[in-house]
Design a protein around this ligand. Structure first.
Ligand code: PMP
Length: 459
């Protein structure tokens, strides 16, 4: 049996794929990725693809950064594993916590590590509940999120996620959470409404909900600075200022999920800096290690940390943790990853490249299938519609997006289809030539899609 055959056979017989139609998978088979170089990956036939999604919004430094490999190997030799339960520590976890505290805005000076973004957001829920119990506010437990928000797939984080398909048949949400209107200006602004007026209306919706429920029952608001997996949705003008003002008024914690936007994606180290957000908790993952190792972190403010300290004293310990919290190899890779982002000024690079990237992205708004092209920094979304003038979505949501996703492979491009919104989120090391290659290949894919849509009577 050749290696390729055995991969396919093993996959089909034994591997359950996340976010995959498992019945269809048995028919179409797996798409085997065998290697990577810079912003490109290769399949097992040797075909190259520009990875315009950085894997899952995460491979900041591309697919062949030797320094990250070396950092991992060095740490494997020095200390391949240790934990941080019961006062134990090791150099990379301690150094990374200090480095994140230095980089983060405000007084987010304390880091707790998990393996995935979902676990980090589950930990946020536990920390917020623990802190409010400690402060004698046992009823202040509800979370507020947004429709189309993505915060993970574990029980609490999936509850925070505002995408119906992620709840369906999983008996979710399983924690008290309310999802407010998605801040998608293109979709949900009223005719003639300005971005500021839309933001004010959404802040008003938040305030009305808080007052109806009772502020003493609402613990925290969670949001991504720019919604990513829910459709690449930048906030309308004034949104974060208006939302924060309401949260402050009613003693509601602000949790920022920077899992996609952290480490330069938007042209600032964090989205919080771009939108002037002063969070009480910030959640990081993905570009933290360029996903070469699984790692996520929540950073909490001095005030929250003070409560954790006093409550753990009262109860005997802070009884929360994972076997591999702050794994030495993962934290060593994160330190080297951040060192490279700083040394190469990749945040400045994104700032300089973003106008070119956004210009090429938005040029597609002239295309008959494109209703809206939007984005910030090196992140973009193109929303396809059946009728441009009425913004009418397709009767069969996701059919065209799915065609584009597959057809892009034929043009050497990997993109993501979020129903009929196509997402772009290339590695931070992307060059201007790569940007051209991405959008040239996408243009060819969109031409094919136009013919296909006509043949299927989708238009
Ligand atoms: N939050 C955001 C904003 C994300 O984009 C993701 C992953 N796409 C998560 C949380 C969950 O992270 P993970 O898949 O590592 O659990």
């Amino acid at each position: 049996m050749s290696t390729a055959t055995s991969i396919v056979q093993n996959d089909l017989s034994s591997l359950i794929h996340p976010y995959t139609n498992l019945a269809q998978h048995q028919e179409v088979g797996p798409f085997v990725i065998a290697g990577g170089d810079g912003v490109r990956v290769f399949d097992d036939q040797g075909n190259a693809y520009i990875e315009a999604m950085s894997g899952l919004w995460s491979v900041a430094l591309g697919f062949s950064e030797k320094r990250l490999v070396d950092a991992a190997v060095e740490q494997f030799k020095q200390l391949p594993y240790y934990h941080s339960f019961s006062h134990k520590t090791h150099a990379p976890a301690a150094a990374l916590a200090a480095k994140l505290a230095e980089l983060a805005p405000g007084d987010l000076n304390h880091a707790f590590f998990t393996n995935s973004g979902s676990e980090a957001n589950d930990s946020v829920v536990k920390v917020v509940w623990y802190v409010n119990n400690a402060q004698g506010k046992p009823n202040k437990k509800k979370f507020i999120s947004r429709q189309q928000a993505y915060h993970g797939t574990t029980v609490a984080s999936a509850s925070l996620t505002g995408i119906p398909s992620i709840h369906r048949d999983f008996d979710l949400p399983a924690i008290p959470v309310h999802h407010l209107t998605c801040p998608n200006f293109y979709r949900f602004a009223r005719p003639g409404e300005t971005e500021e007026a839309f933001s004010a209306r959404l802040a008003n919706e938040l305030e009305r909900y808080i007052l109806a429920e009772g502020p003493e029952t609402i613990a925290a608001f969670i949001g991504e600075p720019v919604i990513a997996a829910g459709g690449v949705i930048p906030p309308p003008q004034g949104y974060w200022a208006a939302i924060q003002a309401v949260c402050k008024r009613y003693d509601i914690l602000v949790v920022i999920d920077e899992i996609v936007t952290g480490f330069g994606r938007l042209g600032t180290m964090f989205g919080a800096q771009l939108y002037d957000i002063q969070p009480d908790i910030m959640v990081l993952s993905k570009q933290l290690t360029s996903s070469y190792q699984p790692l996520a972190a929540l950073l909490v403010s001095d005030a929250i940390h003070d409560v954790l300290v006093s409550q753990s004293q009262r109860l005997g310990a802070f009884v929360h943790g994972l076997t591999t919290s702050g794994h030495p190899v993962a934290t060593a890779v994160a330190l080297e990853n951040i060192r490279i982002i700083e040394e190469r000024d990749l945040v400045g690079h994104v700032q300089r490249l973003a106008p070119v990237f956004q210009h090429r992205l938005r040029a597609f708004e002239n295309h008959p299938l494109v209703g809206n092209a939007r984005g910030v920094g090196l992140m973009g979304g193109i929303e396809l519609v059946a009728d441009k003038s009425t913004r009418q979505p397709f009767a069969q949501p996701g059919a065209l997006g799915s065609y584009l996703f597959k057809q892009a492979h034929k043009h050497g491009l990997i993109i993501r289809a979020i129903y009929d919104t196509i997402a772009f989120c290339p590695p931070l090391i992307t060059t201007q030539d790569d940007v051209d290659a991405i959008f040239n290949a996408f243009g060819r894919t969109l031409d094919d899609a136009t013919h296909w849509a006509r043949s299927q009577n989708l238009l």
